[in-house]
Design a protein around this ligand. Structure first.
Ligand code: NDP
Ligand code: 8X3
Length: 251
């Protein structure tokens, strides 16, 4: 990857997004690291210096996203690679007893947020005839499990958006890819269980989940293929997972 490449990673303050940020930096790229938690982004900047541009934004807020991305310093544009990673699951309860606010958070972040950011970045890529968008979906977008209806629906929507995006930009030279991880140990489960550590930890017990770096390896590999190559999608599991809820736990 050329040192001139500028990569925008959403959800860079934690987990997969942070690992992607560090992996792209290791390849010599400069990274616009976006998330809501400014202090985490400041830590990234302190650790990696001016190759990181911290960008505080809530992907759900279209006006805020637009303001942040249209006022980037000139030397941080154009954006060559966009990793649409910011996302979350909220709750594991049955849909008939779930809190509708959870649905809003997931739909607004995972679907509308991805669209809000893409709307700011994709037109420039198409105009320039180059660029790469990597959407982070999930194995959950390919199936559904009890207590996961809305989260799975948001990730299924990501998959439809990825495919549709690829069709819409066809002929422009812009590449659209998706990475669907299985279980990755991040803050994902802690967020899902509203900070309750015991059920969050139990998710990964008895198996070795993917690390955020495992996913980042795939994302950077996809983004470093020659310009005529599109890795359309990748499904990535830990060895002890074969589907949502289909896991082998070894005690
Ligand atoms: P983390 O909770 O560790 O990271 C989520 C990131 O998203 C954080 O940086 C968070 O930053 C950011 N984020 C959440 N809401 C917003 C928002 N409204 N605006 C901006 N940023 C936001 O989880 P993961 O790293 O695991 O999750 C990253 C992606 O990977 C998600 O899309 C998730 O659905 C997907 N995924 C995760 C899997 C897993 O098992 N962990 C498996 C498959 C897919 P901040 O709070 O600072 O805003
Ligand atoms: C996260 C993986 O299986 O918890 O997307 O839904 S799962």
């Amino acid at each position: 990857m050329s040192a001139a490449r500028v990569v925008l990673v959403t959800g860079a303050s934690s987990g997969i997004g942070r690992a992607c940020t560090e992996a792209f930096l290791a390849e010599g790229a400069r990274v616009i690291a976006a998330a809501r938690r400014t202090e985490r982004l400041a830590d990234l900047h302190a650790e990696h210096g001016d190759a990181v541009l911290p960008l505080t934004m809530d992907v759900r807020d279209r006006a805020q996203v637009s303001a942040a991305l249209t006022s980037l310093p000139a030397d941080w544009t154009p954006i060559d690679v966009l990793v649409n990673n910011a996302g979350l699951a909220a709750g594991r309860g049955p849909i008939h007893t779930d809190d509708p606010d959870n649905w809003d958070r997931m739909l607004d972040t995972n679907v509308r947020g991805l669209l809000n950011v893409s709307a700011c970045v994709l037109p420039g890529m198409v105009e320039r005839g180059s660029g790469h968008v990597v959407n982070i979906g999930s194995n959950a977008g390919r199936e559904v499990y009890p207590g996961g209806a809305v989260y799975c629906a948001t990730k299924a929507a990501v998959e439809r958006i990825t495919r549709g995006m690829r069709m819409d930009v066809l002929g422009s030279g812009v590449r659209i890819s998706q990475v669907d991880p299985g279980m990755v140990e991040t803050e994902f489960s802690l967020v899902r269980f509203d900070g309750d550590e015991a059920p969050a930890k139990a998710v990964y017990e008895g198996l070795t989940p993917l690390s955020p770096g495992d996913v980042a390896d795939v994302v950077t590999w996809i983004a470093s293929r020659p310009p005529h190559v599109v890795v359309a999608d990748v499904l990535l599991y830990p060895v002890d997972q074969a589907g949502s809820g289909r896991v082998a736990r070894r005690s």
